[in-house]
Design a protein around this ligand. Structure first.
Ligand code: AKG
Ligand code: FE2
Length: 331
């Protein structure tokens, strides 16, 4: 993967009136499965990863990524089957082998490379535009150990009542922990391969890879074979992260509303529950059937247009927009 990572680029976007660049390098891959890789519209979605920038269609998964993905899909499905599901999670499909339903797939992957102790990603929650509400994201770490930090977002009507919870999770090579919005860290050695950001993590928490003052260098158990291509990156100094994501059919690019700029909007959760505070939140019945959060389609065209978007903003209405089937429809 380090060889692959040499071609990854820094993401660039406009923040107000300033062009900023991501403090690490990144790339985006599509899995070679027919429902996504042959659909030109699906191939447009990498632009969401690059803050709306027009991009080439993403490359297919390299062979080692495909191999990891097959294992991860099984682990993630098994983990999800142990948990209660949120109403707006994807409904799933029957398993072709007759086992439990398939309730998560990986059809895209976003990758990040952090070179040295100072490369980072700031606090954010992942955009839900194509992964939908209550998304599950599986995140594999390779190379140097870094910390993964989670910080809770407190709803506006609770800010005076309690402090945000924060968590610092060390991520080693092929490592370690399982994390969820409920923050159960289970010391099960079989699960020590990746971090699963379970459903509601993106709604309730922001996550980051903070800078560090020092780095424990990574020494692989075996030297690379002589056939291995030469590297410009120092393997002992880099962390690679691959996040496997499921882009839902009911959040296909054709179904994403456009803003007044004529560009696809971005889906974000109302993490602070401002709508509830303003008295325009969900009523108890809607909350019961769809969950506690509202979601907004917003214009983010300004990311690529010198900071100038159209301020388009619309609450997602899953019924009117014809989305689903959801977990609530199938259980
Ligand atoms: O490097 C990581 O573990 C986090 C990456 C991340 O937050 C992302 O890809 O959205
Ligand atoms: Fe993220």
């Amino acid at each position: 993967m380090l060889h692959e990572a040499q071609s990854w680029q820094r993401n660039k976007w406009w923040l107000f009136d300033r062009l900023v660049e991501s403090p690490h390098r990144t790339s985006f891959y599509v899995r070679n499965i027919s429902d996504v890789s042959k659909d030109g519209n699906w191939n447009q979605v990498s632009r969401f990863w690059y803050n709306g920038r027009e991009t080439e269609p993403p490359a297919g998964f390299p062979a080692p990524m495909e191999k990891a993905c097959e294992i991860i899909e099984e682990v993630v499905n098994a983990e999800m089957h142990k948990r209660n599901r949120f109403p707006l999670e994807w409904g799933g499909v029957p398993s072709p082998s007759g086992g439990k339903d398939i309730i998560w797939r990986a059809n895209f992957a976003a990758s990040n490379c952090y070179e040295g102790a100072k490369e980072t990603v700031g606090f954010h929650s992942d955009r839900l535009t194509n992964i939908g509400p209550y998304a599950t994201i599986a995140s594999l770490s390779l190379g140097t150990s870094r910390a993964f930090r989670l910080r809770e977002v407190i709803p506006v009507d609770e800010v005076d009542k309690r402090a945000a919870r924060t968590y610092n999770i060390p991520l080693a090579h092929n490592s370690v922990r399982r994390c969820s919005s409920l923050h159960t860290m289970l010391p099960d050695p079989h699960l020590r391969q990746l971090v699963i950001m379970h459903a509601s993590t993106q709604e309730r928490f922001k996550h980051s890879i903070p800078p560090q003052s020092t780095l424990d260098r990574f020494h692989p158990a075996f030297p690379p074979p002589s056939s291995f291509p030469s590297l410009t990156l120092d393997p002992s100094n880099c962390r690679i992260n691959i996040t496997f994501r499921f882009y839902r059919p009911d959040f296909h690019p054709d179904k994403v509303p456009k803003c007044k700029c004529g560009l696809p909007t971005t889906l974000r959760p109302d993490m602070k529950k401002r709508q509830r505070e303003r008295g325009t939140g969900k009523g108890p019945e809607q909350e019961q059937s769809e969950g506690e959060f509202r979601y907004w389609w917003t214009c983010t065209a300004g990311d690529q247009k010198e900071g100038k978007g159209c301020n388009f903003w619309k609450v997602m209405d899953v019924k009117a927009e014809g989305r689903g089937p959801f977990a609530k429809d199938t259980t």
